[in-house]
Design a protein around this ligand. Structure first.
Ligand SMILES: C[S@@+](CC[C@H](N)C(=O)[O-])C[C@H]1O[C@@H](n2cnc3c(N)ncnc32)[C@H](O)[C@@H]1O
Length: 282
């Protein structure tokens, strides 16, 4: 039986979550004023970094010692200017107290459609200085809060959480390059939400948490992390600022039409903070 909590509010504060009560954080923050998804959401880049800064500090507070925080994030091109989000987010998480542990590159399939075809410029003008590559990559940044004490995990929990080494090898989880298909445009539940594919939290949850533990996603969107956490026997906490996503999240994690309990005994609690506004999130 697993327990899930959805908080509708701004994740710059995680007031409902106790210190050192979460075992893993995995999330994909909104991309800074991404042309498709978040055009004009933030007043400026500093405001965006301010949100990441507060979320990093709150994540550090709520994570247990030794545990992992994972950000799926990437540099963003807005009106011809490239913003170094990966570098800045890394610094922000380090200043919050985390150790920078790894960077994995997520490669989308070659035919990935949801990008502007910048390379077309060179085809129109096949001369030097017209090169603008198409981006098929995102970063998966892995941070750790201190060091993990492996002796704290009981033997039965360890066994129940064992990683399938065949899956690990065959799907090449061992490399710093993860080839995963993105959520295809037109997927009904993720419409207008820049959702990540289930494969991303699936790998992270399996690699960095044990069954029965709690996984947090402070930018939960359509609820992908909560869905996968539930399927893998983990509890989850999701924070989302957009109240209108409640029915989508409920449907995705499988509590559609039910209030808070399903036949297996899994529970979903929804907390809606007062005065939640979507717009300026800084
Ligand atoms: C990139 S999407 C996450 C998608 C998610 N990984 C999924 O698979 O559906 C980012 C989400 O963060 C939400 N958001 C933006 N700013 C927020 C904030 N300050 N607090 C909480 N949620 C926020 C957006 O509304 C959006 O749904």
């Amino acid at each position: 039986m697993t327990q899930h909590k959805l908080i509708i509010g701004n994740s710059m504060s995680m007031e409902e979550i106790q210190d050192e009560s979460v075992h893993l954080m995995v999330t994909s923050p909104p991309y800074f004023n991404a042309p498709y998804d978040y055009k004009g959401l933030f007043k400026n880049y500093d405001q965006y970094l301010g949100v990441l800064n507060r979320v990093a500090k709150e994540t550090y507070r709520v994570l247990k010692k030794g545990r992992i925080a994972v950000l799926n994030i990437d540099d963003m091109l807005v009106n011809g200017e490239k913003f170094p989000i990966v570098a800045d987010a890394t610094k922000i998480f380090q200043s919050a107290g985390f150790r920078y542990r790894d960077r994995i590159i997520w490669k989308k399939p070659d035919g990935y459609l949801r990008i502007s075809k910048r390379s077309g410029v060179l085809l129109q003008n096949p001369y030097p200085m017209y090169f603008y590559p198409d981006n098929l990559l995102e970063s998966i940044l892995i941070f750790q809060k201190g060091t993990f004490d492996y002796r704290l995990i009981p033997k039965d929990i360890k066994e129940a959480s064992k990683i399938d080494t065949k899956e690990f090898s065959e799907n090449k989880w061992y490399m710093t390059l993860w080839e995963m298909t993105n959520v295809l445009p037109g997927s009904p539940l993720e419409k207008e939400i820049a959702a990540f594919p289930e494969e991303l939290p699936y790998r992270i949850i399996k690699l960095f948490s044990y069954v029965g533990e709690t996984v947090l996603d402070p930018f939960v969107g359509s609820g992908t992390t909560m869905k996968v956490a539930r399927q893998l026997g983990r509890n989850s906490i999701g924070i989302e600022i957009k109240k209108s996503l409640i029915p989508i999240i409920k449907k995705k994690i499988g509590f559609d039409g039910q209030l808070s309990l399903d036949e297996q005994g899994d529970t979903l609690e929804i907390i809606v903070r007062e005065n939640v506004k979507y717009g300026c999130v800084g």
